[in-house]
Ligand binder design. Structure first.
Ligand code: CAA
Length: 402
């Protein structure tokens, strides 16, 4: 029997670049009908990182917000893990840079986890069990999902790029989402659907095959979850959830996922429940694009920040997918007061305040990023948690305090 501690997400912090590309503009520049990107893929805009931003700076900003939102100085954190597939070093973890930038205490475990977009969920699950087991002795865990999704210009994956980080502060008696213990359906298989060779900054993807692998993994993880929780007593199994959040590489993938899942339930009209169960989770992802490890948690943020308080006390289902592959279907109950707490992050307002890039500006940024890992980025106005370049093989960052 697992201990019956109430454990889950106590606060969430989100970071994304202050500039974006309109997908309709990109479509026009590539000679593609805008409706293909906007309706066919379900993405309106994608975030484009500035030259002084990387996986570390995004992670540090998200983590600072999660800590501030919980009124934590960081002294109560005993585990810091960053899930990422776009790390900045082969050996030193992104988490160590974050520990330094935030001035977090030394009595803690600090490490990085990798399994494509599933890396953050791997860290989340082990951190939850660390707290549930009692080993944490009252300390909290800070799990950060941070990535810059990059396929390169003029590739099929180009419209499905993005950048951002989501930080999750995990604790006992959480105030956002209490996660169900021992109720996780898992699925893994060795496939080559999406990967990034050691010699490449851009991901390589077998796009249509990756969609097939995602759906196969969803089916496996969902069936495993059902085997743990028992069949639906009446109606469709997924109606036990008030909402669902999927990994969202692009909005249309969530449509395909939901259609597949309801089909497994035996629903003869598998898309009819989409707006009710999934719609709210896609608002922020459609403005930011794919954020790899953070994608599911950006969808969860969107769901909580744009729903009404009737979601509080209700169970939600979550699906995480990492190519390669590993997937997990798990669930939790939205805490009382969570909706107001998430709305106070004012994410919709922050998204609306971003600067729109032209396609030429975006292409210049993509070209400049090729050189970013070996020299200083072009001078920018000083900002908190700024990437300053490489000196004597050491990656350097500006301070976090503005
Ligand atoms: N108006 C409206 N819709 C249009 C249209 C138009 N003018 N033209 C085409 N479409 C529709 C198509 O019908 C299609 O819809 P369906 O999927 O419902 O059939 C959709 O637009 C996309 O069209 P294509 O399949 O022809 O697009 P594509 O071949 O250019 O590539 C892609 C699509 C494979 C997703 C590609 O963008 C890609 O490789 N992306 C990266 C990989 C990815 O995100 N995979 C997801 C699963 S893996 C995962 O989830 C992990 C991860 O984060 C990467």
């Amino acid at each position: 029997m697992l201990p019956s501690r109430s454990v889950g997400i106590d606060s969430i912090g989100v970071a994304f670049p202050a500039q974006y590309l309109e997908l309709a503009d990109l479509a026009e520049a590539r000679g593609v009908a805008p409706s293909k990107f906007v309706d066919g893929l379900g993405i309106r805009r994608m975030a484009v990182p500035a030259q002084d931003e990387d996986t570390v700076t995004l992670a540090a900003r998200a983590a600072r917000e999660a800590l501030q939102h919980a009124s934590s100085s960081g002294e109560d954190v005993g585990l810091l893990a960053v899930g990422t597939e776009t790390a900045v070093d082969h050996s030193k973890p992104v988490a160590s840079f974050v520990q330094g930038l935030l001035g977090l205490p030394r009595a803690m475990r600090v490490f990085e986890t990798k399994h494509a977009c599933y890396g953050g969920t791997a860290a989340l699950q082990l951190a939850l069990d660390w707290i549930r087991s009692g080993s944490a002795r009252g300390k909290k865990a800070l799990v950060i999902c941070s990535d810059i999704a990059r396929y390169g210009v003029r590739t099929a994956g180009e419209p499905t790029q993005g950048a951002g980080a989501v930080a999750l502060l995990l604790s006992e008696n959480p105030r956002i989402l209490q996660l169900d213990a021992g109720q996780s359906g898992v699925f893994a298989q060795d496939v080559n659907d999406f990967w990034r060779p050691l010699y490449s900054k851009d991901a390589v993807v077998d796009g249509h095959y990756s969609v097939k692998c995602y759906l196969e993994a969803l089916e496996g993880a969902y069936r495993d979850y059902q085997s743990l929780t028992g069949p639906a007593s009446e109606g469709f199994f997924s109606d036990r959830f008030a909402a669902l959040a999927y990994h969202v590489p692009y909005g249309k993938m969530a449509v395909k996922a939901h259609r597949h899942l309801r089909g497994l339930d035996g629903d003869p009209t598998p898309e009819a429940s989409f707006d009710r169960l999934v719609g709210a989770s896609l608002r922020f992802p459609s403005e930011i694009g794919n954020v790899y490890t953070g994608s599911l948690y950006l969808a969860l943020t969107s769901l909580l920040a744009t729903s009404g308080t009737e979601l509080e006390g209700q169970r939600v289902g979550l699906f995480s997918y990492g190519s390669g592959s590993c997937a997990e279907f798990f669930s939790g109950t939205v805490c009382a007061g969570a909706i107001a707490r998430m709305q106070s992050l004012r994410i919709a307002e922050r998204l609306a305040a971003r600067r729109k890039l032209t396609v030429d500006e975006y292409e210049a940024i993509m070209a400049a990023r090729e050189r970013m890992d070996s020299r200083a980025p072009e001078a920018a106005a000083p900002a908190p948690f700024q990437y300053l370049g490489v000196e004597e093989h050491r990656r350097t960052y500006g301070p976090g305090l503005s």
